[in-house]
Design a protein around this ligand. Structure first.
Ligand SMILES: *Cc1c(COP(=O)(O)O)cnc(C)c1O
Length: 214
């Protein structure tokens, strides 16, 4: 399955984040041995345990909701946090990254789905965050783009229109807040069920779990 996913991602140069939540180390190592070195987890405790026991050249991404009081546990090693959904959280990530003398890549999570159970900011909230003086002063985080999850549905048109919406928010933020900054270039969208649609709509990072670990 890894090979076939790679073939699909290759023309667009889309990055594969292998979502390894709930999977044992042996299963992760099988993919690692085939050259996969970016893995995503959604829980802090599990992420820390896996970081401690697996090869140190794995790049770990946090993709799930992050509580402010848990940032300190992952700040020493996490590469990218996909789930930044408030200024308060970003302040803490910057503070803990500074303590560790690191820069942590962050994606702003946007709410694009119909369900109201999913986390993420709306357009006003994300603009307020990027206009805040506190954000302007941060030196230990880098905002590399936005992340979103589509509605969990078989309706492909629905999913596609949500991805189009996220892409347009991303373009608009880039043109407003990141004109002099090339860091902001990623669109993290697409999972096992909708990654092909996501790539067609401009995704640069897909987060795939169940399809890879079957
Ligand atoms: C679990 C998870 C995924 C992967 O989902 P699959 O359907 O297993 O590919 C992607 N993104 C987030 C935020 C997740 O929690």
């Amino acid at each position: 399955m890894l090979e076939s996913i790679r073939k699909t991602l290759q023309p667009s140069g889309t990055t594969l984040v292998a979502v390894s939540k709930t999977r044992p180390n042996e299963a992760i190592l099988r993919l690692y041995e085939q050259g996969q070195c970016i893995f995503g987890e959604n829980r802090v405790q599990e992420l820390v345990q896996k970081y401690e026991t697996l090869p140190k050249d794995i790049q770990w991404h946090l993709i799930g909701h992050l509580q402010t009081n848990k940032v300190k546990y992952i700040a020493p090693f996490v590469q990218t946090i996909h789930s930044v959904d408030s200024l308060k959280l970003l302040v803490e990530i910057n503070k803990q990254a500074a303590k560790n003398e690191r820069i942590i890549d962050c994606l702003l999570q946007m709410h694009i789905a119909k369900e109201d159970t999913k986390f993420g900011m709306n357009e006003q909230e994300v603009q307020d965050l990027l206009k805040d003086e506190a954000y302007a002063k941060m030196e230990n985080i880098r905002i590399i783009g936005v992340m979103g999850m589509a509605t969990f549905t078989d309706d492909e048109q629905q999913v596609r229109s949500e991805f189009k919406h996220l892409k347009s928010i991303s373009d608009q933020l880039k043109n407003t807040f990141f004109t002099k900054n090339n860091d902001f270039q990623h669109l993290s969208m697409g999972m096992s069920g909708d990654y092909k649609t996501a790539i067609e709509e401009g995704s640069t990072m897909v987060r795939i779990g169940s399809l890879l670990f079957r």
